[in-house]
Design a protein around this ligand. Structure first.
Ligand code: F0G
Length: 392
């Protein structure tokens, strides 16, 4: 295995620390020769079951038992949306409550193997929560740069409890991302764990393997939210590698949902935003409040090559989808994670088997729900008063 530039195909050894290509500044990916892999070598559970596909030695893995999240059939919601077989891959079931744990177990293990003493990230919340937990487990210094005032409090609490050093900056995620990249390049000891790090994305691709193994085949379509666009890129890579290895027979179409006022990739695919940037992104789904996604070239390729599409959903549509999933299926996900459901309601998809990737747990961001909830009913502590209120 080797690191390869996604843009110009320049090659670098696995132990060279660089986050973009030294010659063209393109994003990097790990080249995996999946054709040589043997199914008998997939053993155990979770992310590390797929160690033969990962470019990081599993021997001393920093793990919190991540992966193996449920793939839940959603009959009622599926019927409501006109989809024959709808599934939710519920990434909120990971140790810190989001899909980031799949990437962090691999990224933090890599950091240890490289001899780093500190790890760092910019974050809309979940990356920092996950990095703080895995960094703590590994005994590393963890540095988190957050966009001031726009991160859900549940996620900040996670970074605090795990002992991260938290810096808030004035400005949005894109500003924080730029600064933390500079910090990592400046200091050889600080290892960057945003999704520009190709080893982290290797962990995230294992979601595709799990879906194929659970269904016994690849689904027809996969829908997910796009922010920095690492996850859609990683999952598409996973589906392709599983097929190359001969472990699945087909590929899904990849569908990406973005929030209305934070949709550079949708605009780019529609031909109206060549640089793939939005200056002042805004949305209730703060996890995907991102205007300059570092992995946009990979995401655009995933959507185009798979024959998928991308579309925008409004905050209102996102919150409705969050409620639908909670009330019809009993699953509470955070607003960004409901964007795929909102996408399905708005645009529909011609496909029988559809998997929505619900990226994070709802308890991380209860504010979005409570701010629009009706006031709680107040009663005297008597049966009569309660019956009256309930009209029972
Ligand atoms: N859903 C949730 C819950 C997220 O936290 C994120 C990204 C995404 C979707 C988008 O994934 O960036 O790979 O396209 N959160 C990052 C963070 C940016 O800092 O926690 P993506």
């Amino acid at each position: 295995m080797i690191q390869r530039c996604f843009q110009c195909d320049a090659r670098y050894p696995l132990d060279e620390i660089l986050y973009t290509c030294a010659s063209c500044d393109g994003v990097l990916e790990i080249a995996v020769e999946a054709e040589c892999l043997n199914r008998a070598n997939l053993t155990g559970a979770g992310v590390w079951r797929y160690a033969p596909f990962l470019a990081v030695d599993a021997g001393d893995a920093v793990s919190l038992a991540e992966g193996d999240t449920g793939l839940h059939r959603c009959e009622r919601l599926g019927k409501d949306l006109g989809i024959a077989e709808l599934y939710v891959k519920n990434e909120g079931e990971n140790p810190t409550g989001s899909f980031k744990d799949r990437g962090m177990t691999v990224g933090v293990t890599k950091a240890i193997q490289l001899g780093a003493s500190a790890v760092a990230c910019a974050s809309t919340g979940n990356t920092s929560a996950s990095m703080a937990a895995y960094g703590a487990r590994a005994g590393l210094r963890t540095i988190v740069v957050l966009p001031g005032g726009k991160v859900a409090m549940g996620k900040v609490a996670q970074a605090v409890v795990h002992g991260a050093e938290i810096i808030q900056v004035e400005g949005n995620f894109d500003v924080a991302m730029k600064l933390v990249r500079e910090l990592s390049l400046d200091s050889g000891e600080v290892y960057l764990l945003n999704s520009i790090n190709p080893f982290r994305l290797e962990g995230q691709k294992t979601l595709a393997f799990e879906v194929c193994e659970s269904l016994g085949r690849a689904p027809d379509a996969v829908v997910l939210p796009m922010g920095n666009a690492g996850n859609i890129s990683a999952i598409w890579k996973g589906f392709r590698e599983f097929k190359s290895a001969g472990f699945s027979q087909s590929l899904p179409r990849m569908f990406g949902a973005q929030a209305e006022r934070a949709a550079p990739i949708v605009e780019h695919l529609g031909g109206t935003n060549e640089s793939c940037r939005v200056e002042h992104p805004e949305t209730v789904a703060t996890a995907i409040r991102i205007g300059a996604p570092v992995n946009w070239t990979k995401a655009v390729t995933a959507v185009r090559d798979s024959g998928g599409r991308a579309g925008v959903v409004s905050d209102e549509e996102i919150l409705r989808a969050q409620r639908d999933l909670a009330r019809m299926e009993g699953r509470f996900v955070e607003p960004a994670s409901a964007a795929p459901i909102a996408y399905l309601r708005k645009f529909g998809i011609e496909a029988d088997t559809v998997v929505c990737v619900c990226t994070g747990h709802g308890l991380k961001d209860p504010d979005a729900i409570l701010s629009s909830a009706p006031k709680l009913t107040q009663c005297q502590p008597t049966l009569g008063s309660i019956r009256e209120a309930l009209r029972l």
